[in-house]
Design a protein around this ligand. Sequence first.
Ligand code: 13P
Ligand code: SF4
Length: 300
Amino acid sequence: MDGRDLILKLKEEKRAIVLAHNYQPPEIQDIADLTGDSLELSRQAASTTAQVIVFCGVAFMAETAAILNPDKRVILPRPDAGCPMADMITAEDMVGIKRQYPGTPIITYVNSTAAVKAESTVCCTSANSIRVVESFCKEDSVYMAPDQNLAKYTARHTQKQVYYWHGYCPIHHELRAEQVRQRKAEHPDALFLAHPECRPEVLDLADHVQSTSGMLRYVTESPHKSFIIGTEKGILYPMRRQNPEKRFYPASDRLVCADMKKTSLHDVINSLQTLEPRITVPEAIRIRALGAVEKMLAVR
Ligand code: 13P
Ligand code: SF4
């Protein structure tokens, strides 16, 4: 039996669902029951009837699934797959922010630990940050953490004052406007799509700014034939698979998230056989983090 058949058999036996982020390696995306961006995967984690959720992504994603499903077994095949941005702010930092900005809603990107979510008013993702900020009808200002670039992008689309923490994604933050200009010169007919985690001066060059799944939908629906993609290279796989007649160019060859690339088929098989490594969140933190995640999911 090859690896894929074994995974199918184990999924059925264990009543498990495999969720994979759009940045996961192709062979992982191929065996997943659902691939998507952080918001889609959170929604799926909230609604699944499966007993076991194998989350192929990074720790904060599996933690979010565990926050939403305390009675299910949430497995992260590679427990060492983290998100450097999520580690740029602590729960203590959040308490300090609340002291400094009393009464200001704290909107926390899901790329954060459960303990940080627990200190937040509400969570957001790259797909809904503007809607989440706008959901605070009575407030004139909000605080966004930990991604400064998502905060600056969101600030451009709201009248509210947006204060922010100075975290960033090392992969997206490293992409420079000069590299994008060079790619555009190499492919003058291509549209440039960028993720909101990119620097403002990079977003200034973009034809569209979207979450990973937003970009995938955009290129699939567009009559345009070529695109420069300003996010992690993993998204190029579903883009090319769904659009074999179109051309996709990474904005830089360095757009690779090493943590997202850790998961192998062997890790997934091992996880399904042993139902380990399990991700759990201490109940006192989970309950408070759940409030922030549920408030986000309620924003349409
Ligand atoms: P998306 O929610 O847009 O998929 O982004 C997740 C992420 O980690 C981007 O670096
Ligand atoms: Fe975190 Fe950046 Fe990797 Fe996304 S691409 S998981 S934000 S380090």
